[in-house]
Design a binder for this molecule. Structure first.
Ligand SMILES: Cc1cc2nc3c(=O)[nH]c(=O)nc-3n(C[C@H](O)[C@H](O)[C@H](O)COP(=O)(O)OP(=O)(O)OC[C@H]3O[C@@H](n4cnc5c(N)ncnc54)[C@H](O)[C@@H]3O)c2cc1C
Length: 320
């Protein structure tokens, strides 16, 4: 096993690869929490990304692939091993199909779809982050999630490029096979969308953008919703009957509802607070720690469990 500095030099000698040793993860994540990663590696092309991934694995260092860092909570003690990003961001259109590399900013893919008069992704306006992670976590908003449009996803595994069809991705609410198969790293996705009216799509997108910018000011240090919502049909009958009809949309009940009833709004642990207008939105006032965030998450889980007997499950991904 070689040392970090030596591995950094080896990775740095690969074409289209940039390496940073002891990289502060506050700079690479929207929550702005946590300590440094031993290595932060950026690869620009698919080949260099696969090379870098293989080099790290072969040298026995743990590796996590991330994107824009908008759904991540990094441990205060930092990240052991390498954090790797695929920065390839090509977006190509062919009839009703969009081919996008994992490093494409999701908003750019959304914009390209609207430009091409393709419908569906427009409701994901202002979901931050990159395309790869949107597939990984089956991101969605306002009635649509990305799995509806995925035709196939190419990924790398042990240095080989393979692909999954939509069915093979085993998508579910905020879930995909990639959450269980960490050795498969997403390279690109092919999305197929129905045609739509460009003006209508654009005007819906603008409305969504306005709502979202008010809810999540662009400089807010957060990860969007902390907890997943609940599928109504999966809730115990005792809980179902307590939920007002108005709180069920698209078969889901927002965790914010349970959190609000449990008195979460405005709660605080150190520099981490629950928004006073949205009980499932936790944010960092500036110098918060992951320990404070975890403390608040624990308290919220207890409250909802005590009141409803429900287990909240994090939507955010932990990185340590
Ligand atoms: C203000 C705000 C609002 C949000 N609103 C929504 C919303 O409405 N709907 C929604 O679904 N989400 C929402 N999110 C959460 C977040 O934007 C999404 O989860 C997004 O898809 C994360 O993208 P990212 O590139 O930042 O991923 P990251 O945070 O970098 O990574 C997330 C996970 O994906 C994995 N991953 C990333 N890239 C790859 C890859 N190439 N191969 C394999 N695994 C990979 C990482 O290991 C990690 O586990 C919101 C977040 C914020 C901050």
């Amino acid at each position: 096993v070689i040392g970090i500095e030596e591995l950094a030099a080896k990775l740095g000698s690969l074409t289209e690869v940039q390496v940073r040793v002891n990289a502060p993860m506050t700079e690479y994540t929207r929550f702005g929490l946590g300590g440094p990663a031993e290595l932060l590696v950026d690869a620009k092309s698919q080949d260099s990304f696969i090379d870098a991934h293989q080099t790290i694995v072969e040298n026995g260092l743990p590796v996590t692939v991330i994107g824009g860092g908008t759904n991540l909570v990094v441990a205060d003690q930092g990240v052991t091993g390498a954090v790797l990003r695929f920065c390839g961001n090509a977006i190509r259109l062919e009839d009703n199909t969009i081919h996008a590399e994992a490093g494409a900013i999701l908003q750019d893919v959304v914009d390209a779809s609207i430009q091409a008069s393709l419908a569906g992704l427009h409701t994901m306006t202002r979901i931050p982050g990159w395309l790869g992670a949107a597939v990984y976590g089956n991101a969605g908003a306002y009635g649509n999630s990305i799995h509806q449009f995925v035709r196939s996803v190419s990924y790398a595994r042990n240095g080989e490029v393979e692909s999954f069809s939509q069915a093979e991705c085993e998508f579910a609410y905020r879930e995909s096979i990639f959450k269980r198969k960490k050795d498969c790293v997403i390279l690109a996705a092919q999305l197929e969308l129905p045609s739509g009216d460009q003006l209508q799509l654009q005007s819906q997108a603008t409305k969504i953008q306005q709502i979202r910018d008010a809810k999540y000011p662009p400089d807010m240090k957060c990860a969007g919703s902390i907890f997943k919502n609940f599928l109504f049909e999966k809730l115990p009958y005792e809980v179902q009957r307590k939920i007002p009809d108005s709180k069920v949309t698209g078969g889901k009940v927002p965790s914010a509802y349970f959190l609000e009833v449990a008195g979460a709004k405005g709660m605080r642990a150190g520099q981490i607070v629950v928004a006073d207008y949205h009980a499932n939105l936790l944010y960092n006032l500036g110098t918060g720690t992951t320990e404070q965030l975890k403390d608040l998450i624990r308290q919220l889980k207890h409250r909802v469990y005590d009141r409803f007997g429900l287990h909240l499950e994090e939507e955010v991904q932990y990185l340590s």
